[in-house]
Design a binder for this molecule. Structure first.
Ligand SMILES: NC(=O)CC[C@H](N)C(=O)O
Length: 358
């Protein structure tokens, strides 16, 4: 049965308990609880590998009303999803809409979650829950269905990247520019952006010796968990930068690039997850609204002298990007591919192509 009326409990590490109703797959699960403030875009968020190991709270109160799109692919990439399968550990919503309507919808959200074996809970005051997370910071949590008890589990102790990366290198597209993409759990829309720019992608696993490839550029992808645990990726990135290969890091890729140059990262209190995060380009003083999904950040005070802040967050002044003085290496903490969210910073993919050509 998909639309179960089983009582479920969301139990936080601080002892608070929220009661609701189970939907999706009826199995208890544990992870780290985080919230996203986006008003739309749940198909993209649920399939974003950066959420691997996390229990996702959607603050927008009505979820499910446009169902889930079909699993259509083009050039091996999912058109409407960010990965071939659901990535979150569990979903927390306020009002789950049993009815859905959208020209593209293939199934209900509940059915899709059931098929993906992802449990969910509805009837939660997600705004009150979010206030608690904002006060205490992100916490471990568990979603207990009926009386199926379960222990807390901390996903950040593990190297999550190796669980969502690919196993062997894959060539994609036939474009003239060759970009080696280090897949740490890359969103499909990042690869789509590259393929639209006359690129051939060599997509490689997270620990691949990328410095040994003959390539025009390197893209360090987004991905889950603590960047400091990606030791091998950091070491290979150091060698790539020493060789002077144009490199672009996105989200986890930004953090890995920072660690590779000797800067430090830290865990934020509750991170940035939403589609309205304001950033400023430190070179042009122009502001942009961006899509974000991260819980770690780069300590801007630890960047070496030959690097500069590229973007800074206008809400809390945290690092939103780095650029090397040569202009050959750059990174952003936000997602220029958006998906979901505003596409205002997509031009950064064009900028990366220009760096490669110059
Ligand atoms: N979207 C991402 O790449 C997330 C990066 C990293 N896992 C963080 O939470 O900060």
């Amino acid at each position: 049965m998909v639309e179960s009326q089983t009582v479920a409990r969301l139990i936080l590490e601080d002892g608070s308990v929220f009661y609701g109703v189970s939907f999706g797959y009826p199995q208890s699960t544990a992870g780290e609880i985080v919230f996203n403030t986006g008003m739309t875009g749940y198909p993209e968020a649920l399939t974003d590998p950066s959420y691997f190991g996390q229990i996702l709270v959607l603050t927008f109160p009505l979820i499910g009303n446009y169902g889930m799109p079909p699993a259509e692919t083009e050039q091996d990439l999912f058109k409407w999803y960010e990965a071939p399968k659901g990535m979150i550990s569990a979903l927390v919503v306020d009002d789950y809409s049993l009815d859905y309507s959208h020209w593209q919808a293939k199934t209900s959200l509940a059915q899709w979650l059931y098929n993906q074996k992802i449990p969910a809970i509805s009837g939660i005051d997600t705004r009150a829950l979010t206030r608690r997370i904002r006060e205490k910071g992100v916490m471990l949590a568990k979603l207990v269905i009926g009386d199926q008890e379960i222990d807390f589990y901390d996903p950040n102790q593990e190297n999550l990247v190796q669980k969502v990366s690919i196993e062997k290198p894959q060539l994609m597209g036939r474009g003239k520019t060759r970009i080696t993409l280090v897949d740490c759990g890359c969103k499909h829309s990042i690869m789509e952006e590259l393929l639209q720019r006359d690129v051939q992608i060599l997509r490689v696993p997270w620990n691949y010796p990328v410095e040994e490839e003959k390539t025009d550029g390197v893209l360090l992808s987004s991905g889950p968990g603590d960047p400091a645990l990606c030791v091998e990726t950091i070491e290979h990135t150091q060698k790539v930068l020493t060789k002077g290969v144009p490199t672009f890091g996105i989200c986890l890729g930004h953090q890995i690039m920072a660690l590779a140059i000797g800067a430090k990262t830290y865990k934020m209190k509750y991170g940035h997850r939403g589609q309205n995060q304001p950033v400023i380009n430190c070179q042009t003083n122009r502001a942009y609204i961006t899509s974000q999904n991260h819980g770690y950040a780069v300590d801007q005070s630890t960047i070496p002298e030959d690097w500069q802040p590229f973007f800074t967050n206008l809400n809390d002044q945290t690092s939103e990007g780095l650029i090397h003085h040569s202009g050959r290496f750059m990174s952003t903490q936000f997602h220029p591919e958006a998906s979901p969210g505003p596409t205002d910073t997509r031009f950064l993919f064009d900028q990366f192509m220009e760096i490669i050509k110059s």
